[in-house]
Ligand binder design. Structure first.
Ligand code: ATP
Ligand code: MG
Ligand code: MG
Length: 558
C-alpha cells in the first residue's frame, strides 16, 4: 500500500485530486513577510510548499506578505528571492500582497455593504478589554450597530486620510461570544500613515494579516495554503471571509514549526542579534539564517535533505541540531577533498611546531601525489610539495607522552601523511623552555605508495611544507547558544549566548587549497583530522579565511 508512506498533507492532496477538486490542480504559495532574512524554519516551509507542487505537477507562487509598511524593506525582498533560488526552487509567479490593496479594499466595502463589517472608534485598549477571555464571552460596543451607510462613509474617510493613526479600525462583524477568540470581531484594517516599500504613500490604511492572507490565496487561486500551527485557530476566520465574499475556496492546512536545539528562530530575535552586534550580520556563519548557513558551508542539498528527514507533523517539536550537522557531514564526506592545514592556538601570533628533517637535502622539493578523497569512485590526486622543513600541529608532539600516544615523541616514529615515516631525534627549546623545533630523520624507503621499509607505525600526522605553506585565518564556530532550548528558558535570550561561539586561529595550509579556492573549483574542504571548512568571502589574495562548517566527529546516532 503506497498510501502509507504519504504524509498527512500529501494524503489530503491526493484525496482532493481523486475527488476532482479544483480540476485536480495543485497550486501552493510561499508567503514570507519581507521583514528579515529567511531562516532554516522557512527552508522547511519552502521545501514543503514547493516540494508538494513538484510532486503533483503543480505550481508555487512566491508571495511577499507585505502588508505591514513599518517593518518591511526591499533589502529583505532581494535576500529572500536569492535564498529561495539558492535552495533550488523556482517560483511560478512573484506576487506581492500589496499589489492587491485595491482588490482587498473592494472586498472590505463588499462586507460593509453586506452588514458584515463596521468601523469602530474604540482605542486598542478598549477593544482588547471588550474582547473577553477564553472563558468569558466578549461584549459588543455601540459602534457595532452603525448603519451600512455610516460605515461606508467612515471607511472611505479612513482611506482618504481624514483620521490619525489609531483613531478608528474596520472590524469584521462575526461573533463577540465565539469560543474562538479570533472570531470576536477581528480587526480588518488599521490606520497607519506610513511609507510602504512598494506602494509609497498611496495608502494610509493597511489590511491585517487575517484579512490579507486568505484573500490573497483566493485571488491567486491557491489550492492548498500551507502554514504553521499557530494559524490553526485562524482557520475558521480564513474560511469565514472566503465564504462571505464568495471567492475562490483555498484550503488552509497547518503543519508544525521547526524548532532547533541551541538556536532561536524568531526573526525579531535574529534581528536583535544583528542590530546589537552580537553577531556580525544576518549572514554571520553562526546564524540559523539560510544566508548564514550558506556562509558556514552548508549546501542546498544538505538543507533539503534535512527538511526531508524531519518530515512534517501536527505537533510542534524540538529537533536536535545534530541532525542538521549530520546531513552536511554526510554530503561533505562524499564530495570534499582531504587537504592539510596546520592550525595553531587562538593567539594571533600562534605558532605551529617546526619539524626539520636533518637527513633530507636542503634544496630538494618533492611533489607528492596525494589522493583527494578515498570515497571517490574514480580516485583523483593532487600535487603537494614536500621539503626539509615542515610545520606540524603542536598537539601532535609530546615530550613526555602518556602510554598509547601514537603521535610524535622523542625517539618515536610516525608517518607523515602521503609522505615518509620519520623518527624524532632531538627537541630544540628557547630560553623560556618553549619548544621551537623538533629535529627528525626520514626513512627514504618508506615513501607512501612505494614503501619497502618494512617498518610499521601506529600514527599518521598531517603537515605542510614551510616554504610552500600559505598563512590563513581559520574561524572555528560553535553553537550560538549555550542552552538546549533558549526559547523555552525564562532568562533573557541574550544571557544565553555561548561566549565561545567563535574562536579565530592562525593556520598554515597547503598551496593547492588556495589555488583551488581562488579558481572556484572547490570551496568546501575537509581539513584532515580537523573538520569541514569553507572559504569565506572575507578572504583576500594574501590571506584566505576559512570557516569551520562542522567537526569530523559525528555526535548524531543514525
Ligand atoms: P517569525 O516568527 O520568525 O517572524 P514568521 O512566521 O512571521 O516567522 P513569515 O515570513 O511570515 O515569518 O514566514 C513565511 C512562512 O514560513 C510562513 O508560512 C510561516 O508559517 C513559515 N515559517 C516561519 N517560521 C517557520 C518555522 N520555524 N518552521 C516552519 N515554517 C516556518
Ligand atoms: Mg508571518
Ligand atoms: Mg513574524
Amino acid at each position: 500500500n503506497a498510501g502509507t508512506s504519504l504524509n498527512f498533507i500529501e494524503q489530503i492532496v491526493e484525496e482532493d485530486i481523486a475527488a476532482g477538486k479544483n480540476g485536480g490542480r495543485v497550486h501552493t504559495r510561499f508567503p514570507p513577510e519581507p521583514n528579515g532574512y529567511l531562516h532554516i524554519g522557512h527552508a522547511k516551509a519552502i521545501c514543503l510548499s514547493f516540494g508538494l507542487a513538484d510532486k503533483y505537477g503543480g505550481q508555487t507562487n512566491l508571495r511577499f506578505d507585505d502588508t505591514n509598511p513599518v517593518t518591511e524593506d526591499t533589502e529583505y525582498v532581494d535576500s529572500i528571492k536569492n535564498d529561495v533560488h539558492w535552495l533550488g526552487f523556482d517560483w511560478e509567479n512573484e506576487f506581492y500582497a500589496s499589489d492587491y490593496f485595491d482588490q482587498l479594499y473592494q472586498f472590505a466595502e463588499t462586507l460593509i455593504l453586506k452588514g458584515l463589517a463596521y468601523v469602530d472608534d474604540s482605542t486598542a485598549e478598549e477593544i482588547a478589554a471588550q474582547k473577553g477571555t477564553p472563558t468569558e464571552p466578549g461584549r459588543a460596543n455601540q459602534y457595532r450597530d452603525r448603519s451600512v451607510d455610516e460605515n461606508l462613509d467612515l471607511f472611505r474617510r479612513m482611506k482618504a486620510g481624514e483620521y490619525p493613526d489609531g483613531a478608528k479600525v474596520l472590524r469584521a462583524k462575526v461573533d463577540m461570544a465565539s469560543p474562538n477568540m479570533q472570531l470576536r470581531d477581528p480587526i480588518m484594517y488599521r490606520i497607519k500613515h506610513a511609507h510602504h516599500h512598494r506602494t509609497g504613500d498611496a495608502w494610509c490604511i493597511y489590511p491585517m494579516y487575517d484579512f490579507a492572507h486568505g484573500q490573497s490565496d483566493a485571488i491567486e487561486h491557491i489550492t492548498h495554503s500551507l502554514c504553521t500551527l499557530e494559524f490553526e485557530v485562524h482557520r475558521p476566520l480564513y474560511e469565514w471571509f472566503i465564504q462571505k465574499l464568495d471567492i475562490f475556496p483555498s484550503r488552509q492546512i497547518e503543519f508544525s514549526r521547526l524548532n532547533l536545539t541551541y538556536t532561536v528562530m524568531s526573526k525579531r530575535k535574529l534581528k536583535q542579534l544583528v542590530e546589537e552586534g552580537h553577531v556580525t550580520s544576518w549572514d554571520d556563519p553562526r546564524m540559523p539564517t539560510i544566508a548564514g548557513l550558506r556562509r558556514r558551508g552548508y549546501t542546498p542539498a544538505s538543507l533539503r535533505e534535512f527538511c526531508d528527514r524531519i518530515g512534517i507533523a501536527k505537533r510542534d517539536n524540538l529537533i536536535d541540531v545534530g541532525l542538521l550537522e549530520f546531513c552536511i557531514r554526510e554530503e561533505l564526506n562524499k564530495t570534499t577533498h582531504r587537504v592539510m592545514a596546520v592550525l595553531t592556538d587562538g593567539r594571533p601570533d600562534g605558532k605551529p611546531l617546526k619539524l626539520v628533517l636533518t637527513n633530507y637535502p636542503e634544496d630538494k622539493v618533492e611533489e607528492l601525489n596525494i589522493e583527494n578523497n578515498p570515497e571517490e569512485a574514480e580516485m583523483t590526486y593532487r600535487r603537494v610539495p614536500f621539503s626539509r622543513e615542515l610545520y606540524i600541529e603542536r598537539d601532535d608532539f609530546m615530550e613526555n607522552p602518556p602510554k598509547k600516544f601514537f603521535r610524535l615523541f622523542p625517539g618515536g616514529m610516525v608517518r607523515l601523511k602521503g609522505a615518509y615515516i620519520i623518527k624524532c631525534d632531538e627537541v630544540v627549546k628557547d630560553d623560556t623552555g618553549e619548544i621551537t623545533e623538533i629535529r627528525c630523520t626520514y626513512i627514504p624507503e618508506s615513501r607512501s605508495g612505494s614503501d619497502t621499509s618494512g617498518i610499521n607505525v601506529k600514527g599518521t600526522i598531517h603537515w605542510v611544507s614551510v616554504p610552500h605553506a600559505v598563512e590563513a585565518e581559520v574561524r572555528l564556530y560553535d553553537r550560538l547558544f549555550s542552552v538546549e532550548n533558549p526559547a523555552a528558558d525564562e532568562r533573557e535570550f541574550l544571557e544565553l549566548l555561548n561566549p565561545n561561539s567563535l574562536e579565530v586561529v592562525r593556520a598554515f595550509v597547503e598551496p593547492a587549497l588556495v589555488e583551488a579556492a581562488r579558481s572556484g573549483t572547490q570551496t568546501n574542504f575537509q581539513f584532515m583530522r580537523k573538520g569541514y571548512f569553507i572559504l569565506d568571502s572575507d578572504s583576500t589574495p594574501e590571506r584566505p579565511v576559512f570557516n569551520r562548517t562542522v567537526t569530523l566527529k559525528d555526535g548524531w546516532a543514525k
